[in-house]
Write a new protein. Structure first.
Length: 317
């Protein structure tokens, strides 16, 4: 005669283990995003927000690239102005030296001519991405350069592009169209400290529209008088004042552009972080549920094993 004995612990453990396996199967095969779309009433808003944020991040990235180009253009102009101002200062020093007794003015003039060549090279090299804020070619005129600074969005999602404008007439050093448009090619007229009138320009760029009659290029020889040299030195004082002012204008524009670039980088980083957290929330929730179900299954399997061991020991008795 055989008898059947039901161990309640074993039966309960088996039931719980079966339920855990079923739950684990459901979680494992459940797509992360699909149920949320089907069952969550706000799921369309959820994904709309993340998509809008991603579009905003892309806009910020485009602004950042444009800002980097604008910053490079302003950096190139600022560096060119700095180098050119240094060369003009050295030319002025040569003129002061030319006033000393026994100075070799022909040799000094040769040095000045070489420095003018260096100035032209600096101006020509101050080009980035096809933009040169220091030179105007024949047939051209100084222009207003528009630099993309930032992009903002309103509550309707419309984009607004904010620009920073710079008038290159403030930074032009050499003009091959109208000599008066370039700081180095225009004539500066006045009266020296000794009461002698002067009217000099530093460089002859063969402009289509040259300076007014009577204006002379800065150059010296053994016949150049001290009063004439004083007039040249006074002209270069005014040239350098204008060049320092141009450098300040370029630096101010650069600060506006790079300041907006830093802000754009920060906003883009914050947007990408927000999108990542928003989109990954559903996946993280599924991962947590899956882990919990696995742990529960393991615990209940251990419980069932313990119950079986206990039952085997009882039967042996």
């Amino acid at each position: 005669m055989s008898s059947v004995w039901l161990n309640p612990s074993v039966a309960g453990g088996a039931s719980m283990a079966g339920a855990s396996v079923s739950a684990l199967d459901r979680v494992t095969t459940q797509p992360a995003a699909k149920p949320a779309v089907e069952t969550d009433p706000s799921s369309s808003n959820y994904w709309s927000i993340s998509t809008t944020m991603r579009a905003g991040s892309l806009s910020m990235g485009s602004v950042q690239e444009a800002n980097e180009i604008a910053a490079a253009v302003t950096d190139t102009a600022a560096f060119g102005l700095e180098q050119a101002t240094d060369i003009v200062a050295r030319i002025q020093q040569k003129l002061v030296l030319a006033k000393t007794v026994g100075a070799d003015r022909d040799a000094i003039n040769a040095d000045i001519s070489q420095m003018k060549t260096d100035l032209a090279a600096v101006v020509e090299d101050s080009t980035f991405n096809g933009d040169n804020w220091l030179a105007v070619e024949a047939g051209g005129r100084p222009k207003v350069a528009s630099l993309l600074a930032s992009v903002t969005t309103d509550k309707d999602g419309s984009l607004s592009i904010n620009m920073v404008d710079f008038d290159t007439a403030k930074s032009t050093l050499i003009s091959r169209q109208e000599a008066k448009d370039g700081t180095l090619t225009r004539a500066y007229a006045g009266t020296s400290l000794g009461g002698v009138p002067y009217n000099y320009y530093l460089m002859d760029a063969q402009s289509r529209e040259p300076n007014e009659p009577g204006a002379r290029e800065i150059r010296i020889d053994s016949q150049t008088t001290g009063d004439e040299i004083d007039g040249m030195i006074s002209s270069l004082n005014r040239v350098m004042i204008d060049m320092v002012g141009a450098s300040a204008e370029v630096s101010s524009t650069r600060n506006q552009v790079t300041g907006d670039s830093v802000l754009a980088q920060g906003l883009q980083g914050a947007t990408e972080l927000g999108v990542s957290r928003l989109v990954d929330t559903e996946l993280n929730e599924q991962s947590v549920r899956l882990t919990a179900e696995k742990v529960q299954e393991q615990l209940q399997s251990s419980s069932l094993n313990m119950a079986n061991v206990s039952m085997t020991s009882w039967l042996r008795l």
